[in-house]
Design a protein around this ligand. Structure first.
Ligand code: MN
Length: 227
């Protein structure tokens, strides 16, 4: 064992249905993957996919509260399908991509929308808008061996019981296999990587005290409270 100058950080673990844990390595996120959300943000439907990322330790497990973050007055929810990679690779063929998926979960790509708008305007990175502490609540991972590879099904988010976002996985512009194939041309994927696959329309602001409940048919739920 190396002589550490301070204790190494604890591994980031997400619960898997059935009792085991999924050790997280990296968290990639797809921008703009549902047409209605692209329209609501005023962007071009013809753009190819692009990616940003969140640190693994931004993850928050299901049911745990998240603190309203500093530096924003426009803190937004984005409900997303999360793909959990179980087998690594690079230049993965679309036809082979689903064999690299361990399972799926429901996640929230929490966003400081005001800081994102400033970053876009200035041509700066989205780090402060997307990659901050507690910016990624994610529910229990369900193995593909149990549920298969859903490519349709309602994806919804309610705030305090009132529905805010609704879409269907079938509306994704870039499918999960296409997303994995594209991403793996630029980075080597490894077991433990997560891909958040973009949000449907209806994003909006939350405040302290709000309870967020997300769901994807056939996959599960995620819940958090803003404190
Ligand atoms: Mn997103």
């Amino acid at each position: 064992m190396a002589d550490l100058v301070f204790p190494a950080p604890e591994p980031v673990l997400l619960p898997v249905e059935g009792g085991a844990f999924f050790p997280v390595r990296r968290v990639y996120c797809v921008g703009r993957n549902y047409a209605e959300h692209i329209r609501e943000m005023g962007n071009d439907l013809r753009d190819p996919p692009f990616f940003f990322d969140k640190p693994a330790d931004a993850l928050v497990t299901d049911g745990a509260p998240i603190a309203y973050p500093p530096g924003t007055s426009d803190f937004h929810h984005e409900i997303e399908l999360v793909v959990a990679i179980g087998k690594g690779g690079k230049d993965i063929a679309e036809a082979d991509a689903l064999s690299h998926v361990f399972g799926y979960a429901v996640g929230l790509d929490m966003t400081r929308r005001d800081l994102q708008a400033e970053a876009k305007k200035a041509g700066r990175p989205w780090t402060f808008a997307k990659s901050f502490d507690q910016s990624a609540p994610v529910g229990t991972i369900v193995p593909a061996s149990a549920i298969g590879h859903p490519d349709k099904g309602a994806i919804t988010l309610a705030v305090n019981g009132a529905e805010r976002q609704r879409g269907d996985l079938s509306e994704q512009i870039w499918s999960v296999p296409e997303t994995i194939a594209f991403l793996s041309r630029y980075v080597t994927l490894k077991p433990g990587d997560l891909i958040m696959t973009g949000t449907p329309a209806g994003v909006g602001a939350v405040v302290r005290g709000d309870v967020l409940e997300g769901a994807i048919a056939g996959i599960g739920t995620v819940r958090t409270e803003i404190v």
